[in-house]
Design a protein around this ligand. Structure first.
Ligand code: PBG
Length: 323
């Protein structure tokens, strides 16, 4: 007869007791803040659906990164808005491309801040798809060559880690091989391993100006219905050499974060994506939900599910609140 011997409310009675028995704690070191680099100088344009997030020119990104570092945040991940886009995504692997310039500038100013880069082509192609279009579809193997070149170019500019988000088959192996051949065998790969074709990327595509001009991404990103296939994607990426694997989006896929944590002994990351952020911001601005509590509850849930690393647009306000 458990009751009245056991009363679980005993340990909930005071703040001190709750603090003592809390199972999941957040640390700003586990957050990675996504940043959008754009051309120009002194540019800081707020993204409509993502208040508090901006398209920033390199000089502004450098200032932002100094602040990110001073807040004790784990690192940043860079996305680029190139001067011009073309069929070959040439801005992605140009040593003088927007992300490459941003990396060099950040590294010079804030050398200890972890700088990772998103490896994808959708921001650089004129059609907004994540690779080379052949017969109306994204050609997997040609796209691998672009990704490999971009990874080496980012590493050469000083990136600490590269994160492929394209969902081509075999990209981790191709990137690993190219990095090693160029002498970057110590540069880790954080693979967007289980990345779903999600409606929640909507605001990001405004931020990164990467909406596909025809069709959608369902021919390469995963079907939100498929959890077993997600485990296969993760397993293959680990076999190909991924150092960290990611589940994306986060909140609608907590089951998969948790399964991945139980099955694989590599660090697990989760991406709380733009739409997840926008929904909370919109509700908070309407007075319908408490911003800080929604932020902390979602970040805590993602951590409790098993993600040790969270890519989140809340990195700065969350770090301030946790300080
Ligand atoms: C690039 C990429 C996307 C996101 C991260 N990398 C967009 C997409 O796949 O369409 C989404 C991130 C977000 O929504 O915050 N392919």
């Amino acid at each position: 007869m458990p009751f009245p011997i056991h009363r679980l409310r005993r340990l909930r009675a005071t703040e001190a007791l709750r603090d003592l028995v809390r199972e999941t704690r957040l640390d700003p070191k586990q957050f990675i803040l996504p940043l959008f680099a754009c051309p120009g100088e002194g540019v800081k344009r707020e993204i409509g659906a993502m208040p508090g997030n901006y398209q920033m020119s390199v000089d502004e990104i450098v200032k932002e990164c100094a602040e990110v570092y001073s807040l004790g945040i784990g690192g940043v991940i860079l996305f680029g808005l190139p001067e011009s886009k073309d069929e070959m995504a040439s801005g992605a692997y140009d040593d003088d491309g927007i992300v490459q310039r941003a990396i060099r500038a950040i590294r010079a100013e804030t050398p200890k801040l972890l700088v990772s880069t998103d490896l994808c082509n959708c921001e650089y192609t004129s059609h907004g798809h994540c690779g080379f279009i052949k017969d109306g579809v994204v050609d997997n193997d040609i796209t691998l060559e672009w990704l490999a070149k971009s990874a080496v170019s980012h590493a050469r500019a000083g990136a600490h880690m590269v994160a492929p988000s394209d969902m081509m088959d075999g990209r981790v192996a191709a990137i690993r091989k190219a990095l090693d051949a160029a002498g970057f065998e110590t540069t880790p790969i954080m693979a967007y391993a289980a990345k779903f074709a999600s409606v929640f990327y909507g605001p990001f595509r405004e931020a990164a100006e990467s909406t596909p001009q025809f069709g959608d991404r369902r021919g390469y990103q995963m079907d939100p219905a498929n959890g077993r296939e997600a485990m296969r994607e993760i397993e293959l990426d680990i076999e190909e050499g991924a150092d960290i694997v990611m589940v994306k989006p986060a909140l609608p896929y907590l089951d998969l974060i948790s399964q991945a944590r139980a099955r694989f002994d590599v660090p697990i990351a989760a991406y709380q994506v733009s739409g997840e952020y926008s929904m909370i911001m919109a509700a908070a601005r309407n007075g319908w939900i408490d911003h800080d509590r929604a932020m902390i509850e979602t970040l805590t849930s993602i951590t409790r599910a098993g993600a040790g690393i969270i890519l989140t647009y809340f990195a700065k306000p969350a770090a301030r609140l946790l300080a």
